[in-house]
Design a protein around this ligand. Structure first.
Ligand code: DC
Length: 226
């Protein structure tokens, strides 16, 4: 029997940073599902398709090919064979991703890929609907959250570090709007699974969150701390 970990939560809660560290520490395969949605959004932007153009999006989804691979211990997303990791973390792509991830056709496209990955490996997967839809039987579900202020500040610092222009108030406003869209869409909205452990990282360091989830995992796996 495998052991799967599902981590869900709103944008900027620190899911991917934390998930990457936990997966490395516990030797799990980390699957960043947000990056898959981002790759599709990026592909649509490249084709000049707008977030409202549902028919074009449906047609594009038929020909778009998304795969993930692992390089130097990290996940890379391949869009039609091209590594698009360097292009999917901009505000434009974030906004487009949140808008197009409401469409069933987009979600169906990735559902199959995500289920295949789970069938073949024990995974730590993060996203919005992992504990509720993709891995309903995950051995550990974590709902990782933080206040919108703290999340905006973290995103802001990420952009500054990368030398990209950023405005803190705009980022917070964007986060609030994205939360609303992610939580209120009809298909697979972001919500806490009933059996999820809630971790509020507002006043926690990355290391504290990692230690907390690693301890929860070991407890569930029946591994005692040395
Ligand atoms: O986790 P992230 O910020 O990279 O996710 C980007 C967007 O993708 C987010 O606005 C919601 C969407 N998403 C989703 O709908 N379902 C997932 N499992 C993961 C992400």
């Amino acid at each position: 029997m495998g052991f799967n970990i599902a981590i869900d939560g709103p944008a900027g809660a620190g899911k991917s940073t934390i998930a990457r560290k936990i997966a490395a520490e516990l030797s799990f395969i980390y699957v960043d599902t947000g990056a898959m949605y981002r790759a599709i959004a990026y592909g649509l932007i490249q084709q000049g398709i707008g977030a409202e153009e549902q028919e074009k999006i449906a047609a594009a989804c038929e020909s778009i090919d998304v795969k993930i691979a692992y390089q130097d211990g990290g996940q890379i997303v391949l869009l039609n064979g091209e590594n698009v990791n360097p292009f999917i973390r901009t505000e434009e792509v974030s906004r487009m991703t949140s808008s197009i991830s409401v469409y069933p056709v987009v979600r169906a496209k990735l559902l199959e890929l995500q289920r295949t990955l789970v069938a073949e490996n024990d995974v730590l997967m993060d996203g919005r609907d992992i504990g509720t839809c993709i891995l309903p039987n995950a051995e550990l579900k974590v709902y990782l959250t933080a206040s919108s202020k703290v999340r905006a500040k973290r995103r802001y610092l990420e952009y500054v570090e990368k030398g990209q222009a950023a405005n803190l108030e705009e980022i917070e406003q964007d986060i609030i709007e994205r939360d609303y869209r992610d939580m209120h869409r009809e298909v697979a909205p972001l919500k806490q699974a009933e059996d999820a452990v809630v971790v509020d990282s507002s006043d926690m360091t990355i290391e504290e969150v990692v230690a907390c989830v690693v301890a929860l995992t070991k407890e569930r796996m029946g591994v005692s701390e040395a």
